[in-house]
Design a protein around this ligand. Structure first.
Ligand SMILES: Nc1ncnc2c1ncn2[C@@H]1O[C@H](COP(=O)(O)OP(=O)(O)O)[C@@H](O)[C@H]1O
Ligand SMILES: N[C@@H](CC(=O)OP(=O)(O)O)C(=O)O
Length: 511
């Protein structure tokens, strides 16, 4: 395996996670006609590529059949497949958890989101014609899920740790169904839980950090075929890991299956992984805001990270980390339109002809202005300012400084699960500035980021301000910073979508 710097982290021991299952029977399988699909990767000794399919790609039995067809349609590749939970299952599981807190234990089984999850997975098992063992496993997991919700109801407590156990059912169910379907079609496949093959993380539940040093070699060992071992398609749960100290199931933050995909690619030393979505690649803007957005053919790892961090929900913000460190190309493809070329993300790309690549909004941002008349000629002021944010565990996105003031924006999400900074936290922050500086905050702001060629900043900004002048949009703060790929403009949230459309029109000719 290619050595990558991610492995240079301190050594620590991983723990075992046990999960006992009971197996009542409730679903009946209907046979699907086998034989249509051909086993891919004939003659390959080892896994050659990782494909990740998100919730939108595996939302139903029909979609799983389509994904199976995609997986088998590259005969030269022996793929490892990472799956997310089916459709909106993760949201439904979180809803179950919240509702369990307000529901009597004896009424848990009638929770509507629980019923929706049970119906979806039972119906999928039936339509896919999976074998009896899989049906038993699915029923056992659904039973465990119900028991966990009863526990949450009795305890009247939904800890982050319990939340991670709760949402893990989505990926544990989808991967079992998909592997069983492939086997029913005569394709040799085996289901793996990521936490059982060495994906080791911190114990920071709901947003766990990957321990690369332990994970990379462990995953490589688990997914490398031994001499004489039968070749099969590993079907791995995305999103999940195992906490190093607790041994409990952790999750990598919402959308974390993208990170599982690149992590597996890095572990196996592969040249490329593919994340399959419901769009033709990374687009010039969020298609829900700009319906005419078009695919971007190439991006660098740095650009893709900036896009994700600054609001493009198409990729997990940390997914590029292992890919970048271990130089694994990432291709974003559309499982609904498989012939579309998609977006290829690599270390470098030709930038000569590039002006603006994509425009993105991050909404619900708080802008903080901090002023100190004593800043002039003083050293240590910025250190004191950032120390206040560090103590309050609040993450800062964009910064602009002048001689006497510093303005910055705060990440709306302290964790990726809690989207709002509450007023109490902000008031506490303001209080902590007393004696250091005068601080004020404004909520309801948005960051518009232009992922662009900053070698051509003057030309870009000249056009941006022409557009904003015409549209009467006021820029509250502007930052280019050290990033070589991003210009950030802070505007009022209510003007942000119109501003984005106007910028898209200016730089891509459509809005
Ligand atoms: N710049 C962008 N390019 C492409 N898609 C985007 C962008 N910004 C936001 N999106 C949204 O991201 C969605 C795909 O990401 P996601 O739902 O996480 O996929 P999956 O669940 O299949 O992994 C798209 O349907 C689109 O609405
Ligand atoms: N199922 C998890 C993990 C994930 O990556 O999902 P998706 O690939 O559908 O964004 C979530 O909803 O966050």
């Amino acid at each position: 395996m290619q050595a990558c710097s991610l492995q240079q982290q301190p050594q620590v021991a991983a723990r075992q996670l046990c999960c006992a299952v009971a197996a009542p029977e409730r679903i009946e399988a209907t046979a699907a006609a086998p034989g249509k699909l051909q086993q891919p990767g004939k003659g390959q000794d080892q896994v050659t590529v990782v494909y990740k399919f998100g919730g939108s790609s595996v939302a139903s039995a029909e979609r799983m059949m389509e994904v199976a067809d995609i997986v088998c349609s590259f005969p030269e590749h022996l793929p490892c497949v990472v799956l997310s939970a089916m459709g909106k299952t993760t949201n439904l599981l979180l809803q179950c958890g919240e509702e369990a807190l307000r529901t009597d234990a004896s009424d848990i089984r009638s929770l509507a989101p629980l019923k929706a999850i049970q119906d979806l997975h039972r119906e999928t098992a039936q339509k896919l014609g999976v074998d009896h063992d899989c049906i038993e496993e699915v029923e056992a997991l659904l039973k465990q899920l119900e028991q966990l919700l009863v526990g949450i109801s009795i305890m009247q407590d939904l800890t982050p740790r319990a939340k991670d156990s709760l949402v893990s059912f989505g990926e544990r169910l989808s991967t079992r169904l998909f592997a069983a379907f492939l086997n029913a079609q005569g394709i040799k496949a085996k289901q793996y839980d990521a936490y059982a093959i060495g994906v080791t993380t911190s114990d920071n539940f709901v947003n766990a950090e990957v321990n690369y040093q332990l994970t990379l070699p462990a995953v490589k060992e688990a997914l490398t075929f031994k001499p004489g071992q039968e070749r099969h398609l590993p079907i791995v749960t995305g999103f999940l890991g195992r906490g190093l100290q607790t041994g409990a199931i952790t999750t990598l933050g919402r959308g974390g299956s993208d990170l599982t995909c690149t992590l597996l690619g890095a572990s196996l030393g592969l040249p490329e992984v593919q994340v399959w979505k419901d769009v033709d690649g990374v687009l010039t803007a969020d298609p829900r805001v700009v319906s005419t957005a078009t695919p971007v053919s190439r991006l660098t790892f740095e650009e893709a990270t900036e896009l994700a961090v600054f609001g493009a929900t198409v990729l997990h913000p940390l997914a590029m980390q292992p890919a970048h460190e271990c130089n694994v190309g990432v291709r974003v493809k559309n499982s609904y339109n498989r012939t579309a070329p998609g977006t290829l993300i690599t270390e470098e790309r030709a930038m000569e002809d590039v002006l603006v690549t994509s425009v993105v909004i991050k909404s619900n941002v708080t802008l903080v202005d901090i002023t100190s008349t004593r800043m002039m000629g003083q050293y240590g002021f910025l250190a004191k300012v950032f120390d206040v944010f560090a103590r309050n565990k609040i993450s800062v996105d964009v910064v602009a400084t002048s001689e006497v003031s510093v303005s910055l924006t705060l990440d709306p999400a302290k964790t990726m699960w809690e989207r709002d900074l509450i007023t109490d936290e902000l008031e506490h922050l303001m209080h902590d500035f007393e004696g250091i500086a005068e601080a004020h905050y404004r909520r309801g702001m948005a960051i518009i980021s232009l992922i662009c060629n900053v070698q051509r900043t003057s030309e870009i900004l000249e056009r941006v301000f022409r557009v904003f002048g015409r549209e009467k949009i006021n820029v509250q703060m502007l930052s280019q910073g050290a990033s070589k790929t991003n210009i950030a403009l802070i505007v009022n949230d209510e003007e942000a979508k119109a501003a984005l459309r106007a910028l898209h029109q200016e730089f891509f000719g459509s809005c």
